[in-house]
Every structure is written in C-alpha cells, then in structure tokens.
Design a protein around this ligand. Structure first.
Ligand SMILES: [Cu+2]
Length: 107
C-alpha cells in the first residue's frame, strides 16, 4: 500500500513537469537500474531506493561534483536532481563503491 501511494505521487510529480518527464533510476539489489540513461538538459532524474539498505548518490562531470544526495537515502525514499548542463554525468553510491552508472545529458 505504501509503495502504491508512492508510485501515485511520483506520477503526479512527473505530470506536473509537463513534457520534460522525469527519468527514474531504481536502486535495487545494490545496483542502479538503468545504470546508463540519456536525458535532455533541464530534465529531472529521480533515484528511488527499493533496497532495505541505505544508499547515496553522488554525481560528477569530470572532476566536478555536481550533486550529492544525503548520506543515507533509506528504503522507499528518493532523491531527485535536475540536470541542466549537457555532457556526461558519472554517478555512484557513496556507501558501496561497486554501484555506479552514467547519464548522458543532451541539449
Ligand atoms: Cu549503495
């Protein structure tokens, strides 16, 4: 029931963003899914933790860290980031070094 309500609120949030729909990255079984995605500049990416374990999400473009979630994003919590600059964003979990992915931001 809790998950259903959360999905509904996510949908409402996506709809409120209009044509620039949010992309969702699920965190599940200590991995990001999808691990590689492409969004347009100005779009929002929502990371949702479906694991019982906490995770965090840190994003960088080259050497520049461009976003950093709270240290512990707990089960069923989410973190979202709007990416405005075109380029390659590498993201990883600050708690589990093997968890990583990339976002290609196109103009
Ligand atoms: Cu993690």
């Amino acid at each position: 029931m809790r998950r259903r309500a959360f999905a509904a609120s996510l949908l409402a949030m996506s709809l409120s963003l209009g044509p620039g729909l949010a992309a969702e990255v699920r965190i599940e079984n200590f991995a990001f899914a999808p691990a590689h995605l492409t969004v347009r500049a100005g779009e929002t990416v929502v990371f949702v933790n479906h694991d019982q374990a906490p995770h965090s999400i840190i994003g960088a473009m080259g050497k520049d860290e461009i976003f950093h979630s709270p240290e512990h994003v707990d089960e069923d919590e989410s973190f979202d980031v709007t990416l405005t600059r075109p380029g390659e964003v590498a993201f990883r979990c600050g708690l589990h070094s093997h968890m990583s992915g990339t976002i290609t931001v196109v103009p």
